[in-house]
Design a protein around this ligand. Structure first.
Ligand SMILES: [Zn+2]
Length: 161
């Protein structure tokens, strides 16, 4: 960790960017924190307040495109995000996933899950559970109430020394 830029600077990594890639041309969500190699964003997923992505700045597809210290750096931030979710959002479970089938630009999903959320126990990309609108709304309100504290805790946790 050598430098930090203030939130809102959406410039992708200059050395490896693909102009056709949504994660090279945009932040991919609400930017919460970034440094020169990665960023942490809140995804626009209405049923999942707190759904967070850790996105590598350069346009690479796989973890093995990174040097081992870069991999370690990326995963350290993923685990810090998970820790903050557990501490602040109080989910029943945290899902951590890297797929990249739709956008082949390396990113990790860190998703707080509740037993009564829209898809539990399926992945958030699976079939929704039927007849759960009230419970989903309750989960959503509870998470939204903690979201500002979550943003602050994330920024603090990601600022590595
Ligand atoms: Zn990209």
């Amino acid at each position: 960790m050598t430098s930090r830029q203030p939130a809102g600077n959406g410039a992708p990594h200059p050395a490896r960017a693909d102009p056709a890639c949504a994660l090279c041309t945009g932040d991919g969500g609400e930017l919460v924190w970034r440094d020169d190699v990665l960023r942490v964003i809140l995804a626009d997923e209405p049923d999942y307040p707190g759904f967070t992505r850790v996105i590598w700045a350069a346009h690479v597809a796989e973890m093995t495109d990174l040097a081992p210290p870069e991999r370690a750096r990326l995963m350290e931030v993923v685990w810090r995000v998970e820790r903050v979710q557990r501490d602040v959002l109080l989910p029943d479970k945290v899902n951590v996933a890297s797929l990249g089938n739709v956008v082949a630009h390396l990113h990790w999903h860190v998703i707080p899950r509740w037993r009564e959320d829209r898809h539990f126990p399926q992945p958030v990309w699976g079939a929704p559970a039927p007849g759960r609108d009230e419970a989903v709304a309750r989960c959503r309100r509870a998470a939204q109430a903690r979201l500002e504290a979550y943003r602050g805790a994330l920024r603090a946790a990601c600022t590595l020394r």
